[in-house]
Design a protein around this ligand. Sequence first.
Ligand code: MG
Length: 337
Amino acid sequence: MKHDKILMAHGGGGQLTDSLIHDHILSRLGNEALSPLGDSALLSVGREKICFSTDSFVVKPLFFNGGDIGKLAVCGTVNDLAVAGAMPMALSLALIMEEGLEIAVLDRVLESIAATAKACGVSVVTGDTKTVEKGAADKLFINTAGIGLYPSGLNLGMDQIKAGDRILISGTIGDHGMTIMSEREEIRFQSPLASDCAPLNGLIQGLLDQCPGIRFMRDPTRGGVAATLNEISRATGLNVAIQEDAVPVTLTVRAAADMLGFDVLNIANEGKVVIVVDQAEAGACLKACQDHALGRQASIIGQVVKADSAPVVELVTKIGGKRIVQMPYGRELPRIC
Ligand code: MG
């Protein structure tokens, strides 16, 4: 379908985001570093390789249970570097502020940025501030970019994925998206929802040290696990088969998703990583994940299998039925990050 105006769904991380990127951006700007559409671009600088990534944050509300726009802005870019295999080194920070934004609110966000950057072991080394008139933005938008060192000898990528590989998720899914949505809709549950927003570089560094069989990683943010698995299936030409009862979901997230009519597989996460690992190392990788505070509820959720026809993501339901997991369309949850 052709659109002559940008819709909210163009920013949702699903099919429309995908067509925006391919038909409008890559067709004009595509190059060797950009076109693979990794979480980070891999660049050679002399003998070294670095990763470079950027992300903008427009989450509404600015503060939510488990995080805020500042924590999200640091974790988002740090995680995009980390899942690409890089050790995050330095960040940029750009603030777009609406006229009338309270300085106390800005200070609170900056305190959170400072604390999160410290926890990740990165510094903000360059930045920018812009103001726009009232109504031209909603309080505060943030952009961060980051660079990280890519270790020599590491070779991660979707092109490394083989039939038989196992798929791990580092913990429960849907926590971030359902928290934002329920706060925005002012829906309360008996046990509170909390965003999983967290920096993954420590967990991932440990995994890379212990599991040389890791082929590929991605943080399932916008579009959720469904988008990540569809990207894997499409890029490799292989099927992805997952077992519904192996996917960790808290009872509250499950209840919230059912009530609001969402598929948890489509919901954004901000502190989880999907890992594709050699079958022979899947158990060791799971154990290494569960040994880390951010990976306690890690689970092997499925495997990569040879496709007989067009590659698909298939879910085996709790009662043994099968359904295709589609690439989400993108209108599910606006301004989630
Ligand atoms: Mg990412």
